[in-house]
Design a binder for this molecule. Sequence first.
Ligand code: SF4
Length: 184
Amino acid sequence: MSLNSPTGFFSTKITDALNWARKFSIFQYPFVTACCGMEYMSTAASHYDVDRFGAGFPRFSPRQSDVLFVVGTINHKMAPVLKSVYDQMCEPKWVVAFGVCTCTGGFYDNYSTVQGIDTIIPVDIYIPGCPPRPENVLDGLMKLQDKIQKGEQSRTLYDPNAKTGRPAELQKYTITQHIKNIES
Ligand code: SF4
């Protein structure tokens, strides 16, 4: 007997239930390269406790992970490795850019640094800051859970010429902006 009704009621409910389960069983792959890693670990520790969100279990194989946490500066030499890790993850999958270096290159506006990982792989959640506070990370995690529940995934890369594929506020997130935010 098919569970599908002419209105798609049953398949919609099953998808909702699956997405609900997915958002509380995040298997994250931590791709950690630099100083943001300290704050990443602090968020995972008992005080902030990401286990409350079902995201406390890192996997170190991309094939067993569904959320790629990119934490720290990515240089051009490292970029093919990051892309390869992303490509090995099974669908559905999501990407979190942790720290302003991963979001836009941050203040490493130089020849060796990737100016935002969204030029290489699609990013679902941007968590800027240098490094972001654990509260920001938890906020990003909850936004990710909303996305997972809605069945949404990012599929677009950032186009620097058209300025599409990245939140508008992040395109202005330069070192000057960062200093201004710290001072305010
Ligand atoms: S955003 Fe700041 S803390 Fe994070 S990797 Fe870059 S320089 Fe380090």
